[in-house]
Design a protein around this ligand. Structure first.
Ligand code: SF4
Length: 520
């Protein structure tokens, strides 16, 4: 192993406060892997939460690992854990937390670099168990089916002790028993085992039983200056393209007093807290929470907001905490298309949020849109341009416009809808760019090639997973080419699907099972 790799891990560890470094003797070594950079990974609430809850188990040595640490490491070298700088293959369990389909290539590269067989069926008794979880891979586990030993379907908190037990079998070189054990756990899909036809999505009843909050101070992470605290999970709205609302049903909230306690614990360690949920403005007691934070002098920011409902108390609190940018997501320019999406916000709501942002002195306003939505017409694109101009004029400051192509996702009402053809997306993106003045409006368009790769993997199947696993030098940009070279019908993944076409994720029962102390 090259010294640069070890040095990069050691240096990052030294910048942190709160990491749990344990002797492996008599413990089950678990690598919790985020298949992207350290900077992004340690800004991910699931990484913090899982690290904390795994480390809470005394017979576990949980260590974190990332696809990349910094520029000094050799990216062909085996990946090492941060805490003890040991290669992944020395652990008993390699648990990937995957938020996003575009990170699948990094999962495969991480296994290759670590000399762990990429195909599950090639692993031998001394190889670590490869587990995966996270919204992308558990909504459609088919693509990673040939690669994972097991995939957690739904929320993992309550399953952690069971997953750790599987690691104990691996430590004793009894992979066979580990897989049998996993196949009997609720919500765990073991692709090579005989199980019920459908695996129930797991969801916890009470968020406060195992709250998710930043557990390590990581100054080098993207949001390293704030303690992230999950205040709610799920969403009360039901936008037709959105996986989050389906996947995290039902909507659940933390008690504001509990959130305040977690925020108080941050004092002296983080300068700010970040309130995290799908739409912080929907939190029922948002005013109480904001007043509580302000009365204790705790500065805060939020993960995302909706244009309505939007409490004045929340906006004032954000401004007083030094927030410079207000972000809202109209998603579409015309009311007709917003209604078709079921976005539930009006033109007036957007203008009201704009006026509030101007009045409270926010320096910039960020608008999220999608293009290529089912049923979108040229008039809808014209409406997007007109709305952005109107917002820009009324706001007066810098407006940032983020435009992403619509990607159909598993379990959503639009799971069978097509992705718009590349030529249509190109033309619409170009039209938006040409029509909006670049001096006052900053347009950030997502790469269409990457969006196509994301869509292919979001609706992919076992065959796609096998093709990706066989490819050398895989990257998100190469996914489409790799699939085509393997003889797969790429446009088939992107096209509209008839209702009689079997879905690759049919093994997932999205309605799921609630788990929690009151259902033991
Ligand atoms: S408001 Fe946001 S999180 Fe909620 S359903 Fe719509 S897009 Fe999803």
């Amino acid at each position: 192993m090259k010294w640069q790799t070890i040095e990069a891990a050691r240096t990052l560890l030294q910048t942190e406060t709160g990491a749990v470094v344990r002797d492996w003797g008599g413990r089950i070594p678990i690598a919790l892997v985020f298949p992207n950079s350290y900077t992004v990974g340690m800004s991910n609430l699931a990484m913090h939460g899982l690290y904390h809850w795994f480390s809470d188990l005394p017979d576990v040595a949980c260590e974190r690992a990332f696809a990349t640490l910094d520029r000094r490491e050799d990216r062909r070298e085996p990946i090492v854990t941060l805490e003890s700088q040991r290669p992944l293959r020395e652990t008993s369990v390699v648990a990937f937390s995957i938020s996003y389909e575009l990170d699948y290539p990094n999962v495969l590269t991480a296994l290759r670099r670590s000399d762990i067989p990429v195909f599950a069926h090639e692993r031998r008794r001394f190889d670590p168990l490869v587990l995966m979880g996270g919204p992308a891979v558990s909504a459609n586990p088919a693509v990673m089916g040939p690669i994972a030993d097991a995939i957690m379907i739904g929320e993992a908190e309550e399953a952690l002790p069971g997953l750790v037990e599987a690691g104990r079998f691996v430590l004793a070189q009894r992979r066979d028993l580990a897989l049998d054990w996993l196949a009997r756990l609720p919500g765990v899909w073991v692709p090579r085992a005989e199980q019920a036809d459908r695996i129930k999505r797991q969801r916890v009843r009470d968020l406060s039983r195992r709250p998710f909050a930043s557990s390590v101070v990581c100054p080098k992470a993207e949001f390293g200056n704030m303690r992230m605290i999950e205040i709610a999970r799920g969403c009360v709205h039901a936008c037709r393209f959105c996986l989050a609302t389906r996947w995290y049903r039902p909507y659940r909230e933390m008690d504001p007093q509990h959130v305040l306690e977690l925020a108080r614990e941050a004092c002296g360690r983080w300068p700010k807290v970040a309130l995290v949920s799908a739409a912080v403005s929907d939190y029922r007691k948002i005013d109480t929470l904001v007043e509580g934070l302000r009365s204790e002098g705790i500065a805060f920011s939020v993960s995302s907001l909706r244009a309505a409902p939007l409490s004045e108390t929340l906006l004032e609190g954000l401004a007083a905490s030094g927030a410079r940018t207000l972000t809202i997501a109209p998603e579409a320019g015309s009311q007709r298309l917003r209604d078709a999406i079921r976005k539930g916000i009006s033109h007036e709501d957007i203008l009201r949020a704009t006026a509030a942002a101007a009045r409270l002195g926010f320096g910039s306003l960020k608008l999220y849109y999608m293009v290529g939505l089912p049923g979108e017409t040229d008039e809808d694109v014209a409406a997007l341009i007109a709305l952005t101009r109107e917002v820009s004029e009324r706001f007066g400051g810098k407006v940032i416009v983020a435009v992403t192509p619509f990607v159909p996702k598993a379990h959503t009402p639009w799971q069978r809808q097509p992705m718009a053809p590349e030529s249509v997306l190109d033309e619409r993106m170009a039209r938006i760019r040409a029509a909006l003045p670049s001096d006052s409006i900053d347009i950030r368009a997502e790469s269409i090639a990457l969006a196509r790769a994301q869509a292919i993997m979001a609706r992919g199947d076992n065959a796609l997973g096998e093709a990706l696993a066989r490819a050398a030098n895989l990257s998100p940009k190469r996914v489409e080419r790799v699939a085509a070279r393997a003889g797969l019908h790429v446009e088939g993944y992107l096209a509209g699907w008839n209702t009689d076409r079997p879905l690759p994720w049919r093994m997932v029962d999205v309605h799921g099972s609630p788990v929690g102390e009151d259902e033991a």
